[in-house]
Design a protein around this ligand. Structure first.
Ligand SMILES: [Zn+2]
Length: 101
C-alpha cells in the first residue's frame, strides 16, 4: 500500500473498505431493499471501493459508517441507501467518542 491515509494523512498501510463489507453484502442481497423502498437496483459499484488507511484509522473505524473527505460528495447518496447515517471522518478520536458514548 502506497500513499497516505485518506482519513488522517499518515502513511497508509491498509486498504480500508469505506463501506463495511458486511453492509455491502446485505445491500447487494436486497435485505435492505424491503425496508427502504428507494432501493430498487443493485447498489453502485463504488460502494466496494477501498481507500488507503493507516493502521490506527483502520482499526478505529472498524465497521463504523465513516467516510474520508474524498468521499464527501457521495454523502447524500450513501445516506439515501437506508443503511444508516454516514459521517465524514478525519481520523480524530473526538468524533469516535461522541459516537460511542
Ligand atoms: Zn489515518
Amino acid at each position: 500500500m502506497q500513499g497516505c491515509c485518506e482519513y488522517c494523512g499518515a502513511r497508509a498501510v491498509n486498504a480500508d473498505h469505506v463501506v463495511p463489507r458486511s453492509v455491502y453484502k446485505r445491500l447487494s442481497r436486497g435485505v435492505l431493499a424491503r425496508r427502504e423502498m428507494t432501493i430498487r437496483k443493485q447498489p453502485p459499484s463504488w460502494l466496494k471501493d477501498t481507500v488507503g488507511a493507516c493502521f490506527d484509522c483502520n482499526m478505529a473505524k472498524a465497521s463504523r459508517l465513516l467516510i474520508p473527505r474524498s468521499w464527501a460528495h457521495r454523502l447524500e447518496e450513501l445516506n439515501s441507501l437506508g443503511i444508516g447515517t454516514f459521517r465524514v471522518w478525519a481520523g480524530d478520536a473526538a468524533l469516535l467518542r461522541v459516537m460511542c458514548k
